[in-house]
Design a protein around this ligand. Structure first.
Ligand code: ATR
Length: 275
C-alpha cells in the first residue's frame, strides 16, 4: 500500500517540501506520497490524532507548531527535547517520535564546505529558535566553543545558560561582535535581518573580516543577503540557506526510509522552486 507523508504548518501553501520530498520518493522507487497539510493552531491536537488514526508514516512540522506539537507525541529525541522544537515525526509502529533535523541539517550542509568546522573560531548571530537549534546541535556534536551575538544579549545569555551540552561561549552585543570580527573563521547568521522584503539590511558590519573566513546565512529569500554580499566583497566564502533546507529534508527522509537521498539534487529542486 502507498505510504503517506506530509508537512503541517500555517501558512503552508508555499512550502517547498512536497516537491522536494516527492522527487526523493520517486528517485528511490519508494511507493509513497508527501502532502502539505494546512493545520491551524487550534486544530493541532486533532490533526495529530487523525494522522495516528490513518497510520500516516511520518511528517514534518513547521511554523507555528514546532514547539506546541511536543506534548502530543509519544517520544521526543533528547536533542529535540533540549532544543525545544520538533520538525520531523516518525511513525514507529504506531508511536509518534519527534526529532529535530534543522540543527543537524545545518551542520551537515556546513560539513560539506568545511569538514573541520569543529575547531574554527565561530560566531553565531541571533538567539531565536533557529539559533537555538544550531547552537545546541553544535554543542551536542562536540564543538568546544561558540560565541554568540544578539540585539538582546540577555536572550543569548539565556540560550547559553540552558544548553545541556558542554560548550564555551562569550555572549556579545552586536557592537561587541563587530569589534572582534577579525577573530572569527566562521560566522553563522540566524536572525530575520536581510530576509525579503527587508533585504537591504545586514545584522552586522563585517569591516575587518578575515579574508579566509566563511560566512553562512540561513536565509534563502533572497539567495544572497546583504551580509553575504558584504562577505564576498571581503573575499570570504559564503553559503546561503538552501543547503540547510535541503539537508534538514534529507535527514528527515533518512529517518523515514533509511535512505539518505541525493542532497545536490534536492538543492537544485529548491533553487528551481525559488525561481
Ligand atoms: P526564529 O525562530 O526564526 O529564529 P525568532 O525566534 O523570532 O525567529 O528569533 C528572531 C531572531 O532575530 C532573534 O535573535 C532576534 O533578536 P532579539 O532576540 O533581540 O529579538 C533577531 N531579530 C529580529 N528582528 C531583529 C531586528 N530588527 N534587529 C536585530 N535583531 C532582530
Amino acid at each position: 500500500m502507498k505510504k503517506i507523508y506530509g508537512v503541517i504548518g500555517d501558512p503552508i501553501a508555499h512550502s517547498m517540501s512536497p516537491v522536494m520530498q516527492n522527487d526523493c520518493f520517486q528517485r528511490n522507487d519508494i511507493n509513497a506520497e508527501y502532502f502539505a497539510f494546512h493545520v491551524l493552531k487550534e486544530s493541532l491536537s486533532d490533526a495529530v490524532k487523525g494522522f495516528k488514526a490513518i497510520h500516516l508514516s511520518g511528517f514534518n512540522v513547521t511554523i507555528p507548531h514546532k514547539t506546541t506539537i511536543m506534548p502530543f507525541l509519544d517520544e521526543i529525541d533528547p536533542l529535540a527535547q533540549a532544543i525545544g522544537a520538533v520538525n520531523t515525526v516518525v511513525n514507529d509502529d504506531g508511536r509518534f517520535i519527534g526529532y529535530n533535523t534543522d540543527g543537524s541539517g545545518f551542520l551537515e550542509a556546513l560539513r560539506k564546505e568545511i569538514p573541520s568546522f569543529i575547531d574554527k573560531n565561530m560566531l553565531l548571530i541571533g538567539a531565536g529558535g533557529a539559533a537555538r537549534a544550531i547552537y545546541y546541535t553544535m554543542a551536542h556534536e562536540g564543538v568546544p566553543s561558540i560565541d554568540i551575538a544578539n540585539r538582546t544579549p540577555e536572550k543569548a545569555e539565556y540560550l547559553v545558560q540552558n544548553c545541556p551540552y558542554p560548550v564555551e561561549s562569550t555572549v556579545l552585543s552586536i557592537q561587541g561582535a563587530e569589534e572582534n570580527i577579525a577573530k572569527y573563521d566562521l560566522i553563522v547568521q540566524t536572525t530575520s535581518i536581510g530576509m525579503h522584503p527587508n533585504d537591504d539590511r545586514s545584522p552586522i558590519c563585517l569591516d575587518g573580516l578575515k579574508k579566509d573566513a566563511f560566512v553562512s546565512d540561513i536565509i534563502y529569500t533572497p539567495l544572497e543577503t546583504k551580509l553575504l554580499q558584504d562577505a564576498k566583497q571581503k573575499g570570504a566564502r559564503t553559503q546561503n540557506g538552501v543547503p540547510m533546507f535541503a539537508y534538514q529534508g534529507a535527514l528527515a527522509f533518512e529517518k523515514w526510509t533509511g535512505v539518505l537521498p541525493d542532497t545536490e539534487r534536492m538543492q537544485s529542486i529548491v533553487l528551481k522552486q525559488l525561481g
